[in-house]
Write a protein that binds this ligand. Structure first.
Ligand code: SF4
Ligand code: F3S
Length: 108
């Protein structure tokens, strides 16, 4: 089991989640964060910290967001860890309510 960051994080990146993770399992891309499945200890404390409710246990990821389970595992291998909160992205407020944002994801 692991926890997974899903679509709502894209272009928001509030980073409240990283402050509470006891094992620094979050990894950072340009406009999205992911959780490394081999580092996450399934404590769940990051879930209520996310203002846009982007984080789920893998078993609870809603239908339609299932591809984010694999995406977290894949991108966490390439992206560097993030352990401190930083400012959210400038357009976070706008993007918080936008759906179907996967095409916005910057992988590099
Ligand atoms: Fe970190 Fe716990 Fe969230 Fe996993 S569930 S990413 S260990 S805070
Ligand atoms: Fe993203 Fe939410 Fe963390 S927007 S950076 S998962 S607090």
């Amino acid at each position: 089991m692991t926890y997974v960051v899903t679509e709502a994080c894209i272009n928001c990146k509030h980073t409240d989640c990283v402050e509470v993770c006891p094992v620094d399992a979050f990894h950072e891309g340009a406009n999205f964060l992911v959780i490394h499945p081999d580092e996450c200890i399934d404590c769940g404390v990051c879930v209520p910290e996310c203002p846009v409710e982007a984080i789920y246990a893998d078993a609870d990821v809603p239908a339609g967001l299932q591809q984010y389970v694999e995406l977290n595992a894949e991108l966490a291998k390439d992206w560097l860890p993030i352990t401190r909160k930083v400012d959210p992205l400038p357009e976070a407020k706008h993007w918080a309510d936008v759906r179907d944002k996967l095409q916005q994801l910057k992988r590099a």
